[in-house]
Design a binder for this molecule. Structure first.
Ligand SMILES: [Zn+2]
Length: 90
């Protein structure tokens, strides 16, 4: 009989709040012609307005592929030895 011991540490998953990381990155592509505006960071309104205007100019182009990217960060939970190591490295 084989017995295994798996060492586990507690980790927490949450939004990446680093100053250099955007809250979200938004993009849209017209499914009819492939047109796409510039990607925006932290604001989805510009891509929504672009889609509405694009359909206004091209009434047959009504479907869009939308991508909203967010960023996660995994941090040591209480009692995780990496938390103590991170505190010492700061
Ligand atoms: Zn189009």
């Amino acid at each position: 009989m084989t017995r295994s011991i798996i060492k586990a540490a507690a980790w927490t998953l949450g939004a990446d709040t680093d100053d250099d990381t955007p809250e979200g990155v938004y993009s849209v592509v017209c499914s009819s012609c492939g047109a796409e505006p510039a990607v925006t960071e932290n604001e989805r309104l510009p891509v929504e307005v672009w889609a509405l205007k694009h359909t206004g100019l091209n009434p047959d182009h009504r479907r869009f592929k939308v991508k909203a990217e967010t960023f996660w960060c995994v941090t040591p939970a209480e009692g995780n030895p990496y938390g103590e190591k991170d505190a010492q490295d700061v």
